[in-house]
Design a protein around this ligand. Structure first.
Ligand SMILES: [Ca+2]
Ligand SMILES: [Ca+2]
Ligand SMILES: [Ca+2]
Length: 449
C-alpha cells in the first residue's frame, strides 16, 4: 500500500452548501478509499489535510497531513464519489468554465510532484456534467464534454500542490458523481509519428497533399509542452517530417469541417510551432523554414470532441514568385495565378501605425507606404513578410479594406490574407513592432484564385 506515498485527498460532499462531510482517501489499492466521515462546516478543508486523523476511520497511515502522492509511473489512481447541489455558476472559477457548481469543491487532492494528470468524472446517467479544477498560483481549467459523451475530462500538466475539483451540471439539477484521478497519457514523442505519412524535405518542396482522419479528439493527447500546442489531438500520431536540408515550407490544412489546430513538434518547445487559424477561416497553417532533423506534425481540434477527415497541403510558400524591389512610388500589378512577387527593401518604424492610418494596426511605420499593389481581377490577396530579422508589423489599406497584423507569418513576421478582394489599388505598410527599429525585409505579394 506504500504508506509513505499516501495521498491525503480530502473529499467534500456538499449538500446545499450547508452540510459537508470530509473524507480521507488513500491512494493505492484502488477502490474503497473512503474512510469514516466527520461532519463539519464547508470550506475547512483547505490546507488542513488530515487533521484529526483519529476520526477518519478506515484509512491507513493517513494521519500525517503532510503525506502526499508521489508523481511518476507508479502513481495509483484515486477514486472519489459524492453528490452536488449546484448553487453558483462555474464561470466564477475563471474563463472557459460553464454550467453550475456548488460553493465548495467536490473533492480535493494533493500532488507531491508535478505530474500529467487525467481526471475523469461520470454520473452513470444522462446528466451533462461539467468539471472545473483550481490549484496553485491561480491555476484553473474547466471542461464540459472532453470525456465520453457529455462527460467532462481534464488532462493537464499539474505542478505540485493542492487542487480543488468542482463537479457540476451544465444544467441546474442535483447530481451524483464518481471521479478518478490518474496519471495522464504520455506526451507525444516525435519518433512515434505516422511513418506512413512521412514528408521528406530536402531544400525544395514539391507540392503534395496528405489526407488523414482525426478520430475522437476527445481522446485528448497533450502535446507534452505545457501551455504550448494547446488543443485536442487524437490518439493517432501525425505525419513524420524528415528534413535533410534547410527548407522553406508551408503546411496548410486545406480541408476540415471543424476548427483545427496544428502543432509542428521539434525537439523542444522553442523550435516547435503552433497555429490555430493561420489558414482559411478556422483552419491552420504553419509556414516556416526547417533545419535538418526530424519533426512530427499534429493536426487537432481547438474544441473537444470534434474531428473527422482532414487534408493537408504541403508546399513551397514562395513557389512561382518573381523577385523584385519594394517601390513606394509604383504599384505592382497582380492577377490571380500570375505567381506573385517577393519584393525586397528596408524600413525603419518611426510613426505609430494606428495614429497615422486611423484604424487599428500594430507597430511603427514610415510616413510613406512601403509598397502598393494593383489587383486586376478579384481573388484572395496574400501579403506576407517572408524575410526580416526583426519583429515586423503589417498594415493594408485601400478600396474599403483596412487591416493590420503583427505575427501572422513565420515567427514574429507578419501576414495578411484576405479573400474576395475586389479589383483596385491597395497600399501596404511594413512596420516594426518596436519604435525606431527596422531593417531589411522581403515581402510576398500574390493574388490567388
Ligand atoms: Ca458536459
Ligand atoms: Ca483554428
Ligand atoms: Ca510581428
Amino acid at each position: 500500500m506504500n504508506a509513505n506515498r499516501t495521498l491525503k485527498a480530502l473529499f467534500i460532499l456538499a449538500l446545499g452548501g450547508s452540510l459537508s462531510f470530509t473524507l480521507a482517501c488513500n491512494r493505492g489499492g484502488g477502490g474503497g478509499e473512503e474512510g469514516g466521515d466527520e461532519s463539519g462546516e464547508g470550506g475547512e478543508e483547505s490546507g488542513e489535510g488530515g487533521e484529526e486523523g483519529g476520526e477518519e476511520g478506515g484509512e491507513e497511515g493517513g494521519e500525517e497531513g503532510g503525506e502526499e502522492a508521489a508523481a511518476g509511473s507508479d502513481f495509483d489512481p484515486l477514486s472519489f464519489d459524492g453528490a452536488v447541489s449546484p448553487t453558483r455558476q462555474a464561470s466564477e472559477l475563471g474563463i472557459g468554465c460553464y454550467g453550475n457548481i456548488a460553493a465548495e469543491p467536490s473533492f480535493t487532492f494533493t500532488l507531491a510532484d508535478a505530474m500529467r494528470t487525467d481526471i475523469n468524472v461520470t454520473d452513470g446517467g444522462d446528466n451533462d456534467l461539467v468539471m472545473g479544477i483550481t490549484g496553485p498560483g491561480g491555476f484553473h481549467e474547466c471542461d464540459d464534454d472532453g470525456g465520453a459523451g457529455l462527460l467532462p475530462r481534464i488532462v493537464a500538466d499539474l505542478q505540485a500542490g493542492e487542487y480543488q475539483v468542482y463537479v457540476g451540471n451544465l444544467g441546474d439539477g442535483d447530481i451524483t458523481f464518481e471521479a478518478t484521478v490518474a496519471e495522464g497519457p504520455e506526451p507525444f514523442r516525435i519518433e512515434d509519428c505516422d511513418s506512413d505519412k512521412t514528408i521528406t524535405l530536402g531544400g525544395t518542396v514539391t507540392e503534395q497533399t496528405i489526407t488523414g482522419n482525426l478520430t475522437a479528439s476527445r481522446d485528448f493527447q497533450s502535446t507534452g509542452m505545457q501551455g504550448f500546442g494547446s488543443g485536442h489531438y487524437g490518439p493517432a500520431p501525425g505525419p513524420c517530417i524528415n528534413v535533410t536540408a534547410e527548407t522553406r515550407v508551408s503546411f496548410e490544412v486545406t480541408s476540415a469541417d471543424w476548427d483545427t489546430v496544428m502543432f509542428l513538434q521539434a525537439g523542444d518547445a522553442l523550435s516547435s510551432t503552433y497555429d490555430d487559424d493561420g489558414g482559411e477561416g478556422l483552419l491552420s497553417r504553419i509556414s516556416t523554414t526547417l533545419s535538418p532533423g526530424s519533426y512530427a506534425l499534429h493536426i487537432g481540434s481547438l474544441s473537444q470532441g470534434n474531428g473527422g477527415a482532414w487534408t493537408l497541403t504541403v508546399s513551397d510558400p514562395l513557389a512561382g514568385t518573381t523577385e523584385g524591389t519594394l517601390d513606394a512610388a509604383n504599384c505592382v500589378e497582380l492577377a490571380p495565378g500570375n505567381g506573385g512577387f517577393v519584393l525586397s527593401g528596408s524600413i525603419t518604424g518611426a510613426n505609430d501605425c494606428e495614429s497615422q492610418l486611423g484604424f487599428w494596426c500594430p507597430g511603427y511605420i514610415e510616413a510613406a507606404r512601403t509598397g502598393c499593389v494593383n489587383i486586376t481581377a478579384p481573388g484572395e490577396l496574400e501579403l506576407e513578410v517572408v524575410g526580416g530579422d526583426f519583429d515586423t508589423t503589417l498594415a493594408l489599406t485601400g478600396n474599403n479594406v483596412q487591416d493590420g497584423n503583427d505575427d501572422g507569418g513565420e515567427g514574429v513576421l507578419s501576414r495578411i490574407v484576405r479573400s474576395g478582394v475586389a479589383p483596385g489599388t491597395y497600399d501596404f505598410y511594413v512596420g516594426s513592432f518596436g519604435e525606431g527599429t527596422g531593417g531589411d525585409i522581403e515581402v510576398l505579394v500574390r493574388v490567388n484564385e
